[in-house]
Design a protein around this ligand. Structure first.
Ligand code: NIG
Ligand code: FE
Length: 383
């Protein structure tokens, strides 16, 4: 099956073209099967079986949401309400979701996660990472990842989210790096640790991450969300693909990221929903750090699946330019997942893209909260 998307007003390639986004104007894109086959001036496209008229709208790579926690049951709307009335966010509510998740059936967990994947897809997300972390027992973490695996190839073992109630911290770390890792590794591509105040310290995080690496997992770290600490530098030292959150950074943290292959993944939905100061994206970008944007979708700190919302927040409140934010939400996310087949539009790349009901990428931040995603192609198939 082939398909042409014609009459593209602005094409964001993140490849060859103008500026950071590799912009090209008045284009057409031809898709064959699940891949991009051809990109060129509109009106010159080879014949195809089907045609989509972009009507002068912008076409972008599908968003790559490299950080989401979708295997859970219940929600924490009351906790959100209390926060908006002045209570601080501590991460303590994670245990509430753990209890609800353990009590839920496989079917309930899968239906809830599939609902959120579909919700994200309607908002232009074509690649999504899904973490465990609300099971926190060998059986519940393994089933979380087994279910996540049916929805995405980007699965992350986050048994080290918090120490569950009734466990000694050292015993729990030994469990995570031993029996739980063995049970979860077959369903996981990544291992992650919440290395932060009130969660796991640097030594504990190092022990778990290195055990994951020995089992062939690649690394990512929840780092420096709640306070400065060792998380970011540990991520860089161990060659993690990404350090996520990066809200409280010392100059040494920024320098370490700038000299590394570790992406700083910023999650403005979390600061929005916890009413916390945003990470300083400008400081990171100006220092040469590579940045991704992701939703952190979870029922506690950031219950949004919307990448356009995160782009708008990043532009308005993190002083990113619209081009930087769109790049971070597409090519940045791909880099954070070490993928080169998504996040950019060029022949041979996956045919994952969105058509906007707007003439340029600027509108994603300029028209916040407006449903501008007109068409989504995933694996070359209109959704
Ligand atoms: O990334 N910070 C740790 N984990 C999640 C929050 C989880 C929750 O509050 O349920 C996060 O923000
Ligand atoms: Fe998270």
């Amino acid at each position: 099956m082939s398909l042409v998307i014609d009459n593209v007003g602005e094409l964001v390639t993140n490849d060859e073209g103008d500026g950071l986004l590799g912009l090209r104007r008045d284009m057409a894109v031809v898709v064959e099967g699940d891949r991009i086959a051809w990109i060129g001036p509109r009106g010159e496209a080879p014949a195809a079986d089907e045609r989509i008229d972009a009507d002068g709208g912008a076409v972008l790579p599908g968003f790559v949401d490299s950080h989401a926690h979708l295997i859970f049951a219940g929600d924490r709307a009351e906790e959100f309400g209390a926060r908006m009335a002045g209570s601080p966010y501590t991460g303590g509510g994670i245990r509430t979701t753990v209890a609800a998740t353990r009590a839920a059936s496989d079917d309930e967990l899968l239906r809830n996660a599939a609902r959120l994947v579909a919700e994200a897809r309607r908002q232009g997300t074509t690649t999504i990472e899904i973490k465990s972390g609300y099971g926190l027992s060998v059986a519940d973490e393994a089933r979380s990842l087994r279910l996540a695996r049916t929805l995405t190839a980007e699965t992350t073992f986050l048994g080290a989210h918090v120490v569950p109630a009734g466990h000694d911290a050292d015993d729990y770390v030994a469990l995570v790096r031993g029996e739980m890792m063995d049970a979860c590794a077959p369903y996981s591509k990544w291992v992650d640790v919440f290395c932060d105040r009130g969660a796991f310290d640097g030594d504990q995080a190092r022990a778990i991450l290195t055990a994951g690496a020995e089992r062939g997992l690649s690394l990512r770290v929840h780092a420096n969300q709640l306070a400065e600490g060792p998380g970011v530098r540990l991520a860089v030292e161990l060659g993690a693909a990404s350090a996520d959150h990066c809200t409280h950074l010392s100059d040494a943290d920024v320098a370490a990221l700038a000299g590394s292959d570790t992406v700083a993944t910023l999650l403005p939905g979390a600061e929005f929903s916890t009413r916390s100061p945003y990470p300083d994206a400008r400081r990171l970008i100006d220092a040469g750090v590579r940045v991704a944007l992701a939703t952190d979708c979870n029922p506690g700190s950031s219950y949004t699946s919307s990448m356009p919302f995160c782009i708008a927040l990043a532009v308005r409140d993190m002083r990113m330019t619209p081009a930087e934010a769109v790049h971070a939400a597409t090519a940045g996310g791909a880099l954070a997942l070490r993928r080169d087949d998504v996040g950019r539009l060029r022949p041979g790349a996956k045919a994952d893209l969105t058509v906007l009901d707007a003439p340029s990428h600027l509108h994603l931040a300029y028209r916040p909260g407006v449903p501008l995603i007109k068409t989504v192609l995933h694996d070359g198939v209109p959704q």
